[in-house]
Write a protein that binds this ligand. Structure first.
Ligand code: NAD
Length: 367
């Protein structure tokens, strides 16, 4: 493949990680970057994430073979409008990284139609609570789903070409209609974030009158509310660009709560048992990670490359430390802070493991 010029607009966690992943398999490509603030722009240059960087979005667009918009959703749409008014290379590929797809694909179709542009929506489904170029990680998308949502401007071969360009991400590429993407993610991602935030609000209010709620909250509550710590700005944009689908999931859930409330008040033990059992069986059938029934209050998340013996290497470092569970989060990784999850019996072992792994390896470690 000839050397290409790839322009990544937005050198945050996602844009920076995409740039690193592209560079891994294509060191000869020229990677140009845009970032509004000096901070991530300078970090991206210092870390070699990009070859050149600008604070003027328009500057590099005419030089590029591929433009990846990795900025918030509203800004992605603004940049699509800006690009529609510019002279770009013939047959350029424009894509994005936004967490919702329908509005972005509609904007691409609306503003870029009639130009020599190939536009396809993208959602690399991995992330973390961190942001900025400082958090960019070449392994972020390893084994994660990378979703393409084609538009009427996605000509045959566009997605295959992008897959080759993105090969260094080591992601799992999949195509799906943009509206269907937004429906599916409303159920498995957007609505759970609303629920976690509401549960946190509810518990916080309750704890003002029942102080011990602050102290008794443990593993189950922690697991249910972890994602309430997500970045508010990103979640606001996600909900505002997927209103109907999320509202539909909220209504559906209200009905389910009413139903279980009725069973509880009726004292219908069999029905309640069935309710829990059905949920348990459904969860077992789903391709989500199973924790093996252990409480996981002392978890360490380690971003590791998908390489031979990597787990053995880590376990060797932890010789003598008692582990409760070990799990590889290799499926859909959006919001999961790392790929290898190790649970310990107590905080002392957890801290020991964090120190040893941080000192002896380059892997990023999160608690
Ligand atoms: P980030 O905060 O790390 O980076 C965002 C980037 O956008 C930064 O470079 C910032 O300077 C820039 N930016 C923000 N507002 C801007 C504006 N008004 N004009 C110009 N530039 C602006 O965030 P991120 O996690 O890298 O998210 C980028 C995109 O990726 C978003 O669309 C998000 O929905 C999507 N995404 C995020 C995740 C995740 O979990 N973090 C996962 C998948 C997709």
């Amino acid at each position: 493949m000839e050397n290409k010029v790839i322009y990544v607009a937005g050198l945050g966690l996602i844009g920076g990680s995409l740039a690193l992943g592209i560079k891994r398999d294509h060191p000869d490509y020229k990677i140009l970057g845009y970032n509004r603030s000096d901070k991530s722009r300078n970090v991206a240059l210092e870390r070699g994430i990009v070859d050149e960087a600008t604070a003027d979005f328009k500057e590099f667009a005419p030089l590029s073979d591929v433009i990846i918009l990795a900025v918030p959703i509203k800004q992605t749409i603004e940049f699509i409008k800006t690009l529609s008014e510019m002279d770009l290379k013939e047959n350029i590929i424009i894509t994005d990284a936004g967490s919702t797809k329908r509005e972005i694909v509609e904007a691409g179709e609306k503003y870029l139609a009639g130009k020599s542009v190939r536009f396809v929506g993208s959602h690399p489904m991995a992330g973390s609570h961190k942001s900025g170029a400082i958090a960019a990680d070449v392994n972020l998308f390893e084994n994660a789903y990378y979703i393409f949502t084609p538009s009427s401007l996605t000509t045959a071969g566009t997605i295959d070409e992008l897959k080759k360009i993105l090969s260094g991400l080591h992601a799992r590429y999949i195509e799906i209609d943009a509206a269907e993407h937004d429906r599916v993610t409303s159920q498995i991602s957007h609505f759970p974030h609303v629920l976690a935030a509401s549960l946190m609000e509810q518990a916080g209010d309750y704890a003002t009158e029942h102080e011990m709620a602050n102290h008794f909250a443990a593993g189950a509550f922690r697991d249910m509310t972890r994602i309430a710590e997500s970045e508010p700005g990103m979640w606001t944009s996600i909900l505002l660009t997927n209103k109907e689908a999320v509202a539909d999931r909220i209504d559906d859930f209200k009905d389910r709560l009413d139903e279980v409330k009725k069973l509880i008040l009726q004292g219908d033990g069999d029905a309640i048992w069935n309710y829990f059992n059905h949920a348990k069986e459904t969860r077992k059938e789903m391709q989500i990670h199973k924790r093996g029934g252990v409480e996981s209050a002392f978890d360490l998340f380690i971003d590791v490359p998908d390489e031979e013996d990597v787990i053995l290497k880590i376990l060797e470092l932890l010789r003598g430390t008692s582990l409760v569970n070990i799990h590889v989060n290799e499926e859909n990784r959006e919001d999961i802070n790392g790929i290898l999850q190790i649970s310990f019996k107590n905080v002392k072992d957890l801290e020991h493991a964090r120190t040893v792994i941080s000192e002896k390896t380059d892997y990023k470690v999160h608690i």
